[in-house]
Design a protein. Structure first.
Lengths: 361, 308
């Protein structure tokens, strides 16, 4: 155990202080799902969706939450908009704890945090016209008199690139394409001008051409309203294009957090490196060194509870240390955060990695 | 805004989405031969029900209950004076048939409407709330569902004597809601997990608002479909009750007419008396059934001629 190991969570010694106060903070958030056991007793399987996750979202930034399927990133997004309750930890919105809100406070919270869902074919009520769907947050929050509602809906539809807005407003979801529906979803989220917008894989159901449009709309939204956007995605390319900072999450544990450029170009954590390597590349990449981590046959974990969560698939792991001791979530010299014993300095492909070349690449 | 988007929006602005929708659905409905036949039959019966008030106005002897033709006083074959003949005491069968149509509509539609209203409310609440509410409401509905409606109503009629027509309607409604509730509950359960309900929650909608604003419009089409089938059931139950002699003695229903035929021994003597009510019961229930089948097609997305 090295002597420079910092304390477990970062919130105690947040140095240097963030440039602007965070819009939302997650402090040691944990969430477990328990599948139901059999009727003859015996608990079901316990799944950790999030484990001790601490994040902060600064005003006006686009924050990327990246991870593979089942890594807990969607759960994190649902927690942030209040669709799920955390088992442990605190959720702080603009300095106020919001973990257990009711009544008026909850309504107030709903006005400040909105979400765009992954599947635009499922997230719009098929029986409501676009006008009704988009106006819903206005109606429930009573943000404006009924007479102004239609005008605001039309203006918002225009803002997300749906024009002529008068035409779209009176249509039903089934008459729209996927990209148009996702714009409607963005309009619904943005109509009450929330402080924080959670975008849960907003383009994974769309064609590449539509994805780019949706990204541009998100950038425009940030520009126009100064909204903080939490982009949840499995695509590092999307995260790199949009985000100011990126957090990488694996099986509910934060792996790495840092400036987008830093995380993409000089990943410190082997999992981040593996994700980058897994991205398809154009051209002749015969000489691109690839970590083999995601293709690594899973190691037998001797003491999984104690060790690093990524140990079983890690290409850089050292048996003795990584299987026994979980790495702490620590701050590096440049302010980025990482959870890996061997992350100091530039990533160094050790001998273990070179010995497992990927066949055919 | 790409050119591709522009191409997909060539239609002029539509000010009334509901009308558009209705027209779309009507087109699908209209293309279905069952729907067309059913609708034509239904219109014929509706006209019959409406003109049922006319015969007694022409002459008191055409009153379905009390209008006895003093020159006949027995069952007679169709004539110019009585187009469908008369019954055993000289009452006009056509005016009875017309009055019976009105009663059949009244019983069928009101019983179906009541059972649907109850079934939809219980189903939505049960499905949305889940937990103990769900368990209690569903066990209750199962208890009622396993009771044979006709038998129970017969026993009640035997216990309490002659039942009024509205009591019969209420009882039919009471025994027919559980099926609807179960279907609506299942539908609500599947809707509850859909992202647009989550979206409504994030948009700040209360539970009441989610149930009535976001879930109900999605289950109502199904409820209307069930309503057409429930109408059929209600008409048949009322006819069966009346035929067995437990109908409302103050009203003329088709089942009542059949009972009079049978009771007075005219089953094989007076086909002009036996056939019309029998045919009417069959055709009216058939028309509602066909209407339901056609609506089924309108509601089934796989059969819909639309890009989804």
């Amino acid at each position: 155990m090295s002597e420079q190991t910092p304390p477990q969570t970062d919130q105690l010694q947040r140095t240097p202080p963030p440039l602007t106060a965070p819009v939302m903070e997650l402090v040691g958030i944990s969430k477990h799902y328990q599948s139901r056991g059999s009727i003859f007793g015996g608990a079901g399987e316990r799944v950790t969706a999030l484990n001790q996750v601490s994040l902060d979202f600064r005003r006006g930034e686009i924050f990327g939450l990246v991870g593979e399927s089942g890594s807990g990133k969607t759960t994190c997004g649902r927690l942030m908009v209040g669709l799920e309750r955390a088992d442990a930890g605190q959720l702080v919105l603009e300095g106020r704890e919001i973990t257990a809100l009711r009544g008026k406070d909850l309504k107030d919270f709903r006005r400040k945090v909105q979400i765009i869902f992954q599947d635009p074919y499922q997230s719009l009520n098929p029986q409501l016209s676009i006008l009704d769907s988009v106006a819903e947050p206005l109606i429930t929050s009573q943000a404006c008199p009924a007479s102004e509602r239609e005008g605001r809906v039309l203006a918002t539809l225009k803002a997300v690139g749906l024009s002529p807005a008068e035409d779209f407003a009176y249509r039903f979801p089934h008459q729209l394409s996927g990209g148009q529906r996702q714009r409607v979803a963005i309009a619904r989220a943005m109509i009450i001008e929330p402080r924080l917008l959670v975008a849960d894989e907003p383009t994974s159901m769309l064609d590449a051409s539509y994805s780019a449009q949706i990204f541009d709309i998100l950038l425009q939204v940030r520009e126009k309203f100064g909204t903080t956007i939490a982009l949840i995605t499995h695509s590092l390319a999307a995260a790199r294009y949009l985000c100011d900072r990126i957090a990488v999450i694996y099986r509910g544990h934060l792996m790495e957090l840092g400036q987008a450029e830093q995380v993409i170009n000089r990943p410190r954590h082997p999992y981040t490196q593996a994700l980058i390597d897994a991205t398809p590349k154009f051209g002749d990449c015969g000489d691109v060194p690839r970590y083999n981590a995601l293709l690594q046959p899973e190691r037998q974990a001797t003491t999984e509870e104690a060790g690093c969560v990524f140990f079983r698939r890690c290409a850089r792991a050292h048996l003795t240390r990584c299987s026994r001791q979980a790495p702490t979530w620590r701050r590096l010299e440049d302010g980025d955060m990482v959870a890996c014993h061997y992350a100091d300095g530039a990533p160094d492909p050790g001998p273990e990695i070179e010995s497992c070349p990927v066949p055919g690449l | 805004m790409s050119a591709k988007d522009q191409i997909t929006v060539p239609t002029p602005p539509r000010r009334n989405p509901w009308r558009e929708r209705l027209l779309d659905n009507w087109r699908v409905f209209h293309q279905n031969p069952l729907g067309r036949i059913g609708l034509i039959l239904l219109v014929v019966f509706a006209v019959m029900a409406m003109v049922s008030v006319v015969p007694p106005l022409i002459d008191p002897m055409y009153h379905p209950m009390t209008g006895v033709d003093p020159e006949v006083m027995q069952s007679s074959a169709p004539s110019w004076r009585h187009w469908l003949g008369t019954d055993f005491m000289g009452r006009d069968i056509l005016s009875q048939l017309l009055a019976g149509t009105r009663v059949a509509f009244m019983v069928g539609v009101s019983a179906a409407f009541m059972s649907i209203a109850l079934g939809v409310s219980v189903g939505m609440v049960s499905g949305y709330l889940g937990g103990w509410t769900d368990i209690i409401l569903m066990r209750l509905s199962e208890i009622i569902m396993v009771m044979p409606t006709l038998l129970v109503v017969l026993m009640l009629a035997a216990l309490f004597g002659k039942l009024g027509i509205w009591t019969i309607v209420l009882m039919i409604a009471f025994f027919r809601w559980p099926g609807v509730a179960r279907v609506i509950r299942a539908q609500t359960l599947s809707l509850k997990g859909r992202p647009f309900i989550d979206a409504a929650r994030v948009a700040g909608a209360s539970h009441t608002r989610i149930v009535f604003r976001h879930i109900m419009p999605n289950v109502l089409p199904l409820a209307f479909l069930y309503m057409t089938f429930r109408v059929t059931g209600a008409i048949i139950i009322e006819a069966a009750l009346a035929f067995l002699g437990f109908g409302d003695p103050g009203t003329v229903s088709w089942g009542m007419m059949l009972q009079w035929v049978w009771k007075t021994g005219h089953m094989f003597q007076a086909p002009w008396w036996l056939l019309p009510p029998g045919l009417c019961i069959s055709l009216l229930t058939l028309s509602f059934y066909m209407l339901g089948r056609a609506m089924d097609e309108v509601l089934d997305p796989r059969l819909r001629d639309q890009s989804r």
